[in-house]
Design a binder for this molecule. Structure first.
Ligand code: GRG
Length: 300
């Protein structure tokens, strides 16, 4: 720990690297495609914690020195995340007018443009995963495994299915089992895959991938539960989006089932368990441990 910089400085440095790379690798589109590419870039550049690409770099750095090798891959994860936010904000989904402190994509542009911007970002992700800068440094097998992991996590087996279940559960009395399924698919799978994809790119041993996968799932659930809490107790300005929206939409969440106090306690217990999982890994997991605590205590 002695020669490690504080987590905050580490996160800021990685965020800067990712944002520079997002600019560098974003395609320069002219002609008819310009408007939709600009709409997508508007949302991509609106801010955000860049958690998923940072997790990917962290997974890689457990095994390799230079995570800059995989920056385009990490940017691809942020493109997928931003697509999901743009589509989630649409009137036919969660109908939110603000995201990352700015008008949502469909408000700043229009609905059709926002749908296409999301589609374009999802597709751009696969262009970035297979960017020549990545291909020349990563073995074809490792790259294929990482892409497969992410694709499974965000498609019909993961985020898309979770979003469907979330919409179907709105306004109904749900069970804990249902809630766990929604969280595991809508949010957790992608967070887990972001970390694990980095480790896969670094060709980590499969025994260690399993441990990281378990930790990624625990971290993803803590992240989502804190998100549920912030929707009730968070500050609108700090969050960059309206609060109490889960309550208004009668969403199935941990606080709706257990109340605030119990939910917070559960998140704390899960944090203990996640830290224990990391102890099984014979690697320097200081940053991952600090990140877990940071996610538990985050205000945005
Ligand atoms: C439209 C297929 C599809 C999926 C949408 C992302 C998502 C699934 C829904 C967003 C709703 C929501 C609030 C989910 C909770 C977890 C989450 C993804 C929060 C937003 O992620 P952050 O906090 O956002 O990492 P930033 O802006 O920091 O990148």
């Amino acid at each position: 720990m002695d020669n490690l910089k504080p987590l905050q400085a580490y996160l800021e440095e990685k965020k800067r690297l990712i944002e520079e790379a997002l600019d560098k690798y974003y395609p320069k589109i002219r002609g008819y495609g310009k408007r939709v590419a600009e709409a997508a870039q508007y949302s991509l550049k609106a801010g955000g914690k860049r958690l998923r690409p940072i997790l990917c770099l962290m997974g890689y750095e457990l095994y390799r020195n230079s995570s800059e090798d995989i920056l385009p891959f990490a940017c691809g994860l942020e493109c997928i995340h931003t697509y999901s936010l743009i589509h989630d904000d649409l009137p036919c989904m969660d109908d939110d007018d603000f995201r990352r402190g700015k008008p949502s994509c469909h408000k700043a542009f229009d609905e059709a443009t926002a749908i296409l911007a999301g589609d374009g970002l999802l597709t751009l992700a696969f262009e970035l995963f297979t960017h020549p800068e990545v291909v020349k440094r990563i073995s074809p097998l490792a790259l294929t495994k990482a892409i497969h992991k992410v694709a499974q996590a965000v498609g019909f087996r993961g985020m898309v299915a979770g979003q469907m279940a979330d919409l179907l559960a709105e306004g109904k009395r749900g069970t804990l089992q249902q809630l766990k399924w929604i969280h595991a698919h809508k949010t957790v799978a992608f967070i887990e895959a972001s970390l694990v994809s980095g480790a896969l790119l670094a060709e980590a041993p499969s025994k260690e991938i399993k441990i990281l996968s378990k930790f990624g799932q625990q971290l993803g659930l803590i992240f989502q539960i804190v998100d549920d809490l912030l929707d009730i107790i968070g500050d609108e300005k700090t969050l960059g989006k309206p609060v109490k929206s889960d309550l208004k939409k009668k969403k199935l969440t941990y606080p709706s089932l257990f109340g605030l106090e119990k939910t917070r306690k559960m998140a704390e217990e899960m944090t203990e368990e996640a830290l224990n999982t990391l102890n099984k890994l014979e690697k320097d997991t200081t940053y991952l441990k600090e990140l877990t605590l940071y996610i538990l205590n985050r205000a945005h």
